[in-house]
Design a protein around this ligand. Structure first.
Ligand code: MF3
Ligand code: CO
Length: 240
């Protein structure tokens, strides 16, 4: 899982510098697939429940599961969520990041910063003996304090020999409730926040989930292992 997750982190890092006005989302996907395979891993999303690509690229009001297309061109001011999974020797890694294309609005920047920070706070709540609700609550509390809304239709998840395992990890919940975390559990934690309301609509392609009110959304995700003291973030580049 360290290897699978590091491949994901390395590819996302390389993709970040390729997110620029004029680039199509399909170009990012081709680059991602090639890079994953060069590193000896296999794309995890490609073919998953019929998903047609390596990468999910979700722009602006798209929350998650944007399908890459040669017709979809990134423009100045877009915020671009990149989500990818990889499999190595049967084990999965999964991570996501939201990137700015050129100059973005102050509100967009704040949404990205609050979402990224909510993930850090969630990771800070992970340790053996903590409850899953502590992790969920950390995201919700920080999001609401900062005037953002939390997407409820999609959650984080256990991860390991499958992309999605138990438990499901909502980005809202009550502290002191839910399963007790144990050292060695591996989790994909992934806050999805909106600037406006968090109601979701899935587009006609059957995948792309957008905010119903058209407000901007951001998404960050890490794969982590629970330890006695806290957690080890697996989806970072080696030595990073
Ligand atoms: N990244 C999503 C998750 O974290 C999964 C994408 S679904 C797929 O759960 F179909 F695109 F693979
Ligand atoms: Co995930």
């Amino acid at each position: 899982m360290r290897k699978a997750s590091r491949v994901v982190a390395a590819v996302l890092l390389q993709l970040k510098s390729r997110v620029k006005p004029g680039v199509s989302t399909a170009e990012l996907d081709s680059f991602a697939e090639k890079s994953v395979r060069e590193m000896g891993a296999v794309p995890a999303f490609l073919g998953y429940r019929g998903y047609p690509a390596t990468l999910c690229v979700s722009l602006n009001e798209e929350i998650v599961h944007g399908i890459p297309s040669p017709k979809r061109i990134i423009r100045e001011g877009d915020i671009v969520s990149l989500d990818m999974g990889a499999v190595y020797e049967g084990f999965y890694g999964d991570a996501a990041v939201t990137v700015a294309a050129g100059g973005i609005s102050g509100a967009a920047r704040r949404l990205m910063d609050v979402t990224a920070r909510s993930l850090e706070l969630a990771l800070g709540a992970v340790k053996a003996g903590a409850r899953l609700g502590d992790v969920s609550h950390a995201v919700e509390k920080y999001a609401l304090e900062n005037g953002m809304s939390v997407v409820r239709e999609f959650t984080g998840h256990g991860i390991g020999r499958h992309l999605h395992e138990e438990p499901s990890i909502p980005n809202f919940g009550k502290p002191g409730t839910g399963p007790v975390l144990k050292a060695g559990m591996t989790l994909a934690i992934e806050p999805m926040l909106c600037l406006g309301r968090a109601e979701v609509v899935v587009k006609n392609d059957g995948w792309t989930a957008v905010s119903a009110d058209g407000s901007l959304a951001a998404h960050y995700e890490h794969t982590v292992a629970v330890t006695e003291e806290g957690c080890e973030i697996l989806s970072v580049v080696a030595n990073g």
